[in-house]
Design a protein around this ligand. Structure first.
Ligand code: FAD
Ligand code: UDP
Length: 365
């Protein structure tokens, strides 16, 4: 088989590269995907009751990048969805991330924005050098809020103490001194009107793109003549675990369908201190689908299973750096995406990275 370009993985990274190669360069490209569907972790599908679910957990598109938003808008229209999350603390549901509303609800107060600023300054712990996710939280909100909202959620999600995770993890959650209770503050936010899978199908709809599903690339790669390989799978697997297995956090997604229209008060409810799961998503509140039943998903984080989250610790980054040295030596392989680059990328960051890599690749061609 002859293809100038071969892509491993049909997630957003692989599909963006394939779409650009097929449409802009008018070249043939083969995507090899080990799962039985395209879309990677953004894949969504209708369950047996006809409810649209996100098979790999809740996915909400949000970005400040106009170019990414415009690019994806070629393949989908959007519902104007503003994500909201509540978190269950001391028997009450309070808004996440932390805003003036959260502080008032947590402590039964009625403070205004500047009073909340003073309140948090009093709570905050002075930390000379902020090195970990625990430092980030303590320095912004102090011990009590850290214990109520961050400590146990993070232990459940990652299986280790926040003091062992680098600053990037808890820094994902803003602290707002206003009443904006949206989960994300990005300029562009939305949910693909007909779902992520439909959006992905449109990205791949080009006669230059061939897709081989249910196939691990190692089964076939030696039978294909190609010039460039774009690899979006796990890097340790590519190198046959030469420097050991990289740690990824996995999740068991438990879906339940109820014979009622509404299950909970927000699209996502977090459970930092109760139960073994971290959060419950109610899909109809994300997709706006109308249905007399409703499906939810509980997330049980675990060590073994599909690799979903690269592990943001010092040790894991050091281990990945060994692989990164090998990656630099490759002439005809591009490593791209959340797994291959071992980075906690959101969807928009993956698409941005793929668009940038495509530009670079074509400049050097
Ligand atoms: P992936 O989607 O993982 O695609 C990689 C593909 O490669 C997979 O399909 C895999 O099967 C395939 N593959 C791997 N190995 C091989 C092999 N040996 N041979 C062939 N194929 C192989 N981002 C947001 O912006 N908003 C959110 O709300 C959000 N929520 C998330 C919730 C969860 C639970 C998770 C896990 C992620 C979330 N993300 C979210 C992140 C988002 O899923 C990723 O940014 C994006 O899907 C990464 O795309 P990718 O192509 O790099 O990787
Ligand atoms: N987090 C937390 N409490 C929460 C929500 C998040 O401690 O109620 C921490 C936790 O460590 C989590 C990180 O913040 O892994 C990032 O949260 P986000 O919602 O961005 O996680 P994702 O959607 O990527 O799983």
């Amino acid at each position: 088989m002859d293809f100038k370009y071969v892509i491993v993985g049909a997630g957003l990274a692989g599909l963006t590269m394939a779409e650009r190669i097929a449409n802009v360069l008018d070249e043939k490209v083969l995507i090899i995907e080990k799962r039985n569907h395209i879309g990677g972790n953004v894949f969504d599908s209708y369950n047996e009751d006809g409810i649209l679910i996100h098979n790999y957990g809740p996915h909400i598109f949000h970005t400040n990048s106009q170019s990414v938003y415009r690019y994806l808008s070629n393949f989908t229209e959007w519902n104007d969805f503003w994500h909201r999350v509540l978190t269950y603390v001391d028997g009450n549901l309070v808004p996440m991330p932390i805003t003036v509303e959260t502080i008032n609800a947590l402590y039964n107060l009625n403070l205004d924005c500047s009073q909340v600023e003073d309140f948090l300054k009093e709570q905050a712990v002075e930390i000379e050098e902020i090195k970990t996710s625990k430092d980030v939280a303590l320095s912004k909100v102090g011990q009590d809020i850290y214990s109520k909202i961050f400590e146990n959620y993070t232990k459940k999600q990652w299986g280790i103490d926040p003091a062992e995770l680098d600053t990037s993890v808890i820094s994902r959650i803003p602290i707002r001194l206003n009443r904006d209770t949206r989960y994300f503050a990005d300029r562009y936010q939305g949910m693909p009107k007909n779902g992520y899978t439909k959006m992905c199908e449109r990205m791949a709809a080009n006669k230059n793109i061939k897709i081989m599903l249910n196939t691990d690339y190692k089964e076939v790669i030696n039978d294909i003549n190609y010039e460039k390989l774009i690899y979006t799978g796990p890097t340790d697997y590519y190198y046959d675990y030469k420097y050991g297995k990289l740690s990824y956090r996995s999740i068991n997604f438990a879906f339940e369908t109820y014979d009622k229209e509404r299950f909970q008060e927000a699209p996502v409810v977090n459970y930092p201190n109760d139960y073994d799961y971290t959060r419950i998503t109610e899909f109809k509140q994300l997709t706006w689908q109308e249905h007399r039943k409703t499906t939810i998903c509980k997330e049980f984080p675990c060590a073994e299973g599909e690799p979903y989250y690269p592990f943001p610790t010092k040790e894991c980054k050091a281990q990945f750096a060994l692989y990164a040295e090998e990656m630099k030596k490759e002439d005809n392989v591009i490593f791209l995406g959340r797994l291959a680059e071992y980075k906690y990328y959101n969807m928009d960051a993956v698409v941005k990275r793929a668009l940038d890599v495509f530009e670079l690749m074509t400049k050097h061609a």
